[in-house]
Design a protein around this ligand. Structure first.
Ligand code: SF4
Length: 284
């Protein structure tokens, strides 16, 4: 692969060749789809790379085998599209004779009961790992890169001992893909792994639900206390976990140009959350 090009350019070159019916491109995609994917371990107590930096309660609910919501058809189609994007990226690497590994296990040598499966390792003028993420178009406005994605890719990079790239594609096609080199502090990732292991050791006691957060709503006329955004995407929410779904108004104002007035009867904790939030927005 040409190191000076972004992954998105390689991806585009591949898709163009594929659409032009170029035999090698077509076969690369077929060959990637036919590659064996490692079977899931039957060990239900495992922790996974994707748990690092996500809600620890969610990982523990999975370990305990708690009930969760089944995916809707729309979600199944979304997961399918995400897998297609990943397969096309792997096919891009294969088409360029650079695919080294696809969907293979990463051995967590120094810890018990962990599982990890990388997306892609490619020979990119030197080995490079690629973690492919897909996102809805609106997420690109707020920043698609999430701390848990960095932890996940950092883990692969640490145990495979090659640099890693996070590649973000827009499932809706409205944004140019984004890519980031994964760097940062491995020890921070290791500390979260320690915490997850401690949570697992403490089962059946569960970690607390994620803290609720303050958000401006109603065209900036109210500040509301709402469940963390992760809870909105969690399939345990309101089935095995009650993330305090009630939404409470902390403060309001008649117009956007007068200050927020706190609602009467806020608890000290709610007052602190409101004060911190108002401080944050006053700092821009
Ligand atoms: S609903 Fe929220 S607090 Fe509960 S497990 Fe899911 S993400 Fe965690």
């Amino acid at each position: 692969m040409d190191r000076s090009k972004e992954l998105a350019e390689h991806y585009r070159d591949f898709v163009r060749a594929w659409k032009a019916d170029e035999h090698k491109a077509r076969m690369a995609f077929v060959d990637v789809c036919a590659l064996p994917v490692p079977e899931r371990s039957g060990d239900t107590t495992r922790l996974y790379a994707t748990d690092i930096g996500s809600c620890p309660r969610k990982a523990m609910l999975r370990i305990l085998g708690k009930a969760k919501r089944t995916a809707t058809l729309a979600e199944e189609l979304m997961y399918d599209e995400a897998e297609m994007i990943e397969a096309r990226m792997a096919a891009t690497c294969l088409w360029q004779d650079g695919l080294v590994d696809y969907q293979s296990r990463v051995e967590i040598r120094d810890r018990e009961g962990w599982g990890a499966r990388l997306d892609i390792v490619a020979d990119y003028g030197g080995l490079t790992g690629i973690e492919v993420k897909s996102s809805r178009s609106a997420a690109f406005k707020f920043g698609v890169r999430k701390a848990n994605h960095d932890h996940q890719a950092r883990l692969y990079s640490h145990y495979r001992e090659v640099p890693w790239i996070l590649f973000y594609a827009d499932r809706g096609g409205a944004n140019h893909p984004e890519q980031y080199k994964v760097d940062g502090d491995w020890s921070a990732t290791g500390l979260i792994m320690d915490e997850l292991e401690a949570c697992r050791a403490a089962l059946p006691d569960l970690p607390p639900v994620l803290d609720k957060v303050a958000n401006e709503r109603d065209r900036k006329k109210t500040v509301k206390l709402e469940p963390a955004w992760e809870c909105g995407y969690c399939n345990y929410a309101d089935i095995s976990c009650k993330p305090l779904t009630g939404i409470k108004t902390l403060a309001s104002r008649g117009h956007t140009d007068i200050p927020y007035v706190p609602k009467p009867g806020l608890s000290p904790g709610e007052r602190t959350i409101l004060d911190d939030y108002l401080q944050k927005i006053s700092e821009g």
